[in-house]
Unconditional design. Structure first.
Length: 69
């Protein structure tokens, strides 16, 4: 009886590991689809921030805590 329980426990552990592997694989596949979307978003946001800094630099204004010098 103990031997049979050990075999069942071993199979359950193996099934749990397989389920975890499938779960990680599914997450990877889903994340892979979103990478181009995130990349485009971050590139756009960085470009906006860079353009805002350049605009302030060209106009000669430096802002520090809301003050204009």
């Amino acid at each position: 009886m103990i031997r049979r329980c050990n075999e069942i426990a071993k199979e359950m552990i193996d099934m749990d590991r397989m389920l975890n592997a499938l779960n990680f694989f599914a997450r990877y596949e889903m994340a892979e689809e979103f990478v181009p979307v995130f990349k485009e978003f971050f590139e756009t946001e960085l470009k906006k921030k860079f353009e805002a800094k350049e605009k302030n630099r060209i106009s000669g204004k430096k802002r520090h805590h809301g003050a204009v010098y």
